[in-house]
Design a protein around this ligand. Structure first.
Ligand SMILES: Cc1ncc(COP(=O)(O)O)c(C=O)c1O
Length: 340
């Protein structure tokens, strides 16, 4: 059977041979006692990379987001964020269950938030509305198609939150950095806390990192314990994470170039979607289509495996497992597609 081109997500990436060797050789200890040197090294390197005092290694991006919300808010608080942000729409209501907060979700279909709208929501506290404890932003913005934010755009929204702390969901922060040419620390600077995932485009098998001020990270470590996220001899995983951070960031530009080629093909073949391929600046192709689920199923039958983000929104994500030949084959499938 012909090979399936799997562009459901960049989470399907496999660890590299270098990662597997590093994992086998990792020096480990009990991280519950703070004694895993490889985890400490990874946490230190990430904190330095994003310009924060301290960092914590965690099993997943969702857990890092939840820990951040738990340390930045109190139960019953509101968090201002985009209505399509991962914390709102793709964490199975975790923020209500784990952090006991509500969201004040605002329009973000373009991938960006409007500073005036954020300021208006924040100022409604004056009108007897719930306390707005924090702002949560996402860079790149997944649902909108991996839209990258520059540091100035982030800073303008943070300013609109009138002194409230900001958590930056940077699951794909390094994609944003490659696309904008801005340093990860510059992108993270306006935020109080920042998380990134090692297990997406960077190809590590497991793991995410949360960084921020040392006192907040001490509290976040307690929250990680409460959520069951202490990983003991997790240095085996951190060793792969170090390879990811040190060697896998620069190659993300290849994923972006390949995604753009797919975006062009989709927009040409499906003009009814009104998809603008120029909006594809990183590794995610996402567009609305009335028959999105059927389209994804039929492309799958032909060997191109994508997914849907909502009933009428399709998504295709490039990653290290996708070559130029795969992209050519995918474009053939898209171009020759018929509904019959
Ligand atoms: C924007 C964003 N935030 C957070 C996450 C959560 O990461 P994880 O799957 O590691 O929990 C994802 C994962 O898909 C994501 O796309």
């Amino acid at each position: 059977m012909a090979r399936v081109i799997d562009v459901r997500s960049d989470t399907v990436t496999q660890p590299t041979d270098v990662m597997r060797s590093a994992m086998a050789a990792a020096v480990v200890g009990d991280d519950g006692y703070g004694e895993d040197p490889t985890i400490r090294e990874l946490e230190g390197e990430f904190a330095a990379l994003v310009g924060k005092e301290a960092a914590i290694f965690v099993p997943s991006g969702v857990m890092a987001n939840q820990m951040a919300l738990r340390v930045l808010t109190s139960p019953g608080d509101l968090v201002v964020t985009g209505r399509h942000h991962h914390v709102v729409s793709f964490e199975m209501g975790a923020s209500a269950r784990n952090a006991s907060i509500q969201f004040a979700p605002i329009e973000d279909s373009s991938g960006f938030l409007d500073a005036e709208e954020v300021a208006e929501v924040v100022s409604a506290e004056f009108d007897h509305q719930p306390h707005i404890a924090a702002l949560c932003l996402e860079n790149t913005h997944m649902y909108a198609g991996g839209v990258p934010w520059g540091a100035r755009e982030i800073a303008s929204i943070v300013a609109a939150a009138d002194g409230r702390p900001t958590h930056l969901d940077g699951a794909r922060l390094f994609n944003a950095s490659v696309a904008t040419g801005e340093d990860p620390a510059a992108l993270a600077a306006p935020a109080t806390t920042v998380m990134t995932c090692l297990s997406k485009g960077l190809c590590a098998p497991v793991g995410s990192l949360l960084a921020g001020p040392a006192d907040l990270m001490d509290r976040a470590r307690v929250e990680r314990k409460r959520l069951g996220g202490t990983m003991r001899q997790g240095g085996i995983l951190a060793a792969a994470g170090l390879v990811a951070l040190r060697t896998m960031r620069d190659r993300l530009g290849d994923d972006h170039r390949r995604a753009r080629a797919l975006a062009d093909a989709f927009s040409t073949r499906f003009p009814e979607s009104a998809y603008e391929p120029e909006s594809c600046a990183t590794n995610i192709v996402a567009f609305d289509h009335q028959r999105a689920r059927e389209l994804v199923a039929r492309l799958d039958d032909r060997g191109l495996r994508g997914g849907t983000l909502s009933p009428r929104r399709a998504r295709f994500v490039t990653h290290a497992g996708i070559t130029d030949d795969d992209v050519d084959a995918a474009i053939d499938i898209i171009t020759s597609f018929t509904w019959a």
